[in-house]
Design a protein around this ligand. Structure first.
Ligand code: DU
Ligand code: SF4
Length: 226
């Protein structure tokens, strides 16, 4: 079984009624700037993206309503993605610094970008039940991405989700490692790295700066060389 097969199954998932309704409503109403575009989110969830031989897995929260839910590729078409892919470009994981649409030429080397929840949630807040319902998809991705050794969690939800993913694979650490920017935890054969999420809430306020997010990917690079 491959990532392509997984994607084919994922895009038929309608398990979470609230999220399916939301992603389709957003795709219907749209944002004025994108009114001539067909949003990806109607009718389908957003799969992960990147290098099947990835050693680094980036774990976000969920597709953004007018970003990935519109373009169909994680962190593509919004400001969070500008921050993420620029940092990944500067550290050699991405062949270009920007990501505007599927088919824009972006390719990742050594990295794969995914999220805990695969449909855009209202207010970027999935419920616990929605998170648990979606977790098997990311779990299956991680199973197929068998070269992954480092997980980069973007934000506390991604951190918690990544720990749950690893726990489902039988790797647990006690006490549960605490999230923070630059946090690092050894979990079985994996290293989990924390980064503040590159959302505008963090970047506008300078809680997260360009050098800070780049630093996390420099560390990820170092760990994959070790
Ligand atoms: O066609 P494909 O090689 O299976 O790639 C599908 C998709 O994954 C493509 O849009 C680029 C991305 N990708 C990547 O970013 N890095 C790789 O090494 C291989 C594929
Ligand atoms: Fe399916 Fe996940 Fe979307 Fe829920 S959030 S409908 S489990 S893909």
């Amino acid at each position: 079984k491959s990532l392509v097969t997984l994607e084919r199954k994922l895009i038929r998932c309608r398990a979470c009624e609230r999220l399916v309704d939301w992603r389709e409503e957003v795709a219907e109403v749209k944002r004025a700037a994108y009114r001539d575009e067909d949003y990806w989110g109607r009718p389908v969830p957003v799969p992960g993206f990147g290098d099947p031989r990835a050693r680094v897995l980036i774990v976000g929260l969920a597709p953004a309503a007018h970003g990935a839910n519109r373009t169909g590729r994680m962190f593509t078409g919004d400001r969070s993605g500008d921050w993420l892919y620029r940092a990944m470009h500067e550290t050699g994981f991405a062949n270009q610094a920007s990501s505007v649409a599927r088919g824009d030429g972006l390719a990742l080397t050594g990295a794969f970008v995914t999220s805990v929840v695969k449909c855009a949630p209202p207010a970027n807040k999935p419920t616990t039940a929605e998170r648990d319902a979606c977790m098997p998809w990311a779990h299956e991705e991680l199973r197929l991405l068998d070269a992954v050794r480092v997980l980069v969690a973007l934000g506390g939800f991604g951190w918690d989700g990544a720990l749950r993913l690893l726990a489902a694979k039988g790797h647990r650490v006690k006490p549960k490692p605490k999230f923070g920017h630059g946090a690092e935890a050894q979990v079985g054969p994996y290293v989990l790295l924390g980064s503040y999420h590159p959302s505008q809430q963090n970047t506008f306020t300078k809680r997260l700066t360009r050098p800070m997010i780049r630093g996390v990917f420099e560390r990820a690079r170092e760990l994959t060389r070790a």
